[in-house]
Ligand binder design. Structure first.
Ligand code: AMP
Ligand code: TRP
Length: 340
């Protein structure tokens, strides 16, 4: 039997090559060896300001990106988080074994709390507890994510340890775990592209929140990809010191999208001081365009089949509920919350 895991992405708009290289590509590579459960985590997305009327399209677009990138509903489960209420119920159980001081020290929370001051809501504080619930409901052993999610995953591991030690089974083997632990401690699974930087502000990670010019979307047409790369920040040429962050990012992208010969060729030009970044960007654009081409084509075809997308999400969410319901029941049993 394939081991299971959950991973997810917030429906905050179009997915970019950071999401693709940091997470989705691993999901697809692991599809035959693991049973992946991929969430469109709308309950996480509502912890920040958004327009209600935009949410349905954002969820639909994320599903399109998932399927177009190569997730196969016959091998994997796709779900909408709010369709599986066991996620929020499990989050409540986990919140009772999570000290507030643990969530208050999460870097993303601290940053948001600094920006939003008194506007910071309970959802933002308990965000990582809901994420832990997503993960433990399917007894995930690994979680493929980008590097920015490592603090969240470390917290999940702490919550798992806390729950396991508090509610250890008296019956030991009953749930197939020698120690009597209910949840395995999930390991982060990092891909080669686990931290892709912004094209225009290469000291920051590529992110939707920095605006469309700083990322390449999976759905961007070729001319847009060329334009965005042409504007990517580099430097005036190798100055003998360390490679600039923008140039480093382009070389990283090249190592992920281009052949080894291409990478070696431009690295040699760089080392000799003869590199022309416009040539490098053109070649990189060609290779990104040919890699993303099939995804864009599938996306376009799928966008004409909204009924099919709906069916995949509803069936996936129902299938996930069956698994989630069992785990939730086990957890409640451990906690003395089963009465009849
Ligand atoms: P988000 O868009 O924040 O919901 O992120 C979805 C997934 O993509 C998570 O696993 C992130 O760690 C990953 N991710 C987001 N931005 C990047 C990036 N710039 N580089 C690599 N992975 C990323
Ligand atoms: N917090 C993740 C992000 O912003 C999204 C997410 C929610 C997630 N639940 C998860 C990722 C569970 C992995 C596993 O990218």
């Amino acid at each position: 039997m394939r081991q299971r895991y959950f991973s997810g992405i917030q429906p905050t708009g179009e997915l970019h090559i950071g999401n693709y290289l940091g997470a989705i590509k691993s999901w697809i590579e692991l599809q035959d060896s693991f049973e992946g459960i991929f969430g469109i985590v709308d309950y996480h997305a509502i912890t920040e300001p958004y327009k209600p009327e935009d949410m349905p399209k954002r969820v639909f677009d994320t599903a399109l990106d998932y399927l177009a990138a190569g997730l196969d509903p016959n091998k994997s489960i796709l779900l909408i988080q709010s369709f599986v209420p066991e996620h929020t119920e499990m989050a409540w159980l986990l919140s009772s074994v999570t000290p507030v001081s643990w969530v208050e020290r999460v870097p993303t929370y601290k940053e948001k709390a600094r920006q939003l001051k008194t506007q910071v809501n309970m959802g933002l504080l308990s965000y990582p507890v809901l994420m832990a619930a997503d993960i433990v409901l399917y007894k995930s052993t690994i979680v493929p994510v980008g590097e920015d999610q490592l603090p969240h995953l470390e917290l999940t591991r702490e919550i798992v340890r806390s729950f396991n030690s508090k509610y250890r089974s008296k019956y030991g083997y009953k749930y197939g775990s020698k120690s009597g632990d209910i949840f395995p401690e999930p390991q982060a699974y990092l891909a080669g592209g686990s931290r892709i930087m912004s094209l225009t502000e290469p000291m920051k990670k590529m992110s939707k929140s920095l605006g469309a010019h700083n990322y390449i979307a999976l759905a961007d047409p070729p001319d847009v990809i060329r334009k965005k790369l042409a504007k990517a920040v580099t430097d005036i040429g190798p100055g003998g010191g360390e490679m600039s962050p923008g140039t480093k990012n382009l070389f990283q992208l090249m190592s992920l999208f281009s052949s080894k010969e291409t990478c070696d060729h431009f690295k040699q030009l760089y080392d000799e001081g003869n590199i022309r970044y416009s040539d490098m960007k053109q070649k990189l654009a060609d290779d990104i365009i040919s890699d993303l081409g099939p995804i864009r084509d599938r996306r376009l075809a799928l966008s004409l089949r909204p009924e099919y997308i709906r069916k995949v999400l509803i069936e996936g969410s129902n299938r996930a509920r069956e698994i989630a319901r069992q785990t939730l029941h086990e957890a409640k049993e451990r906690m003395g919350l089963t009465y009849f």
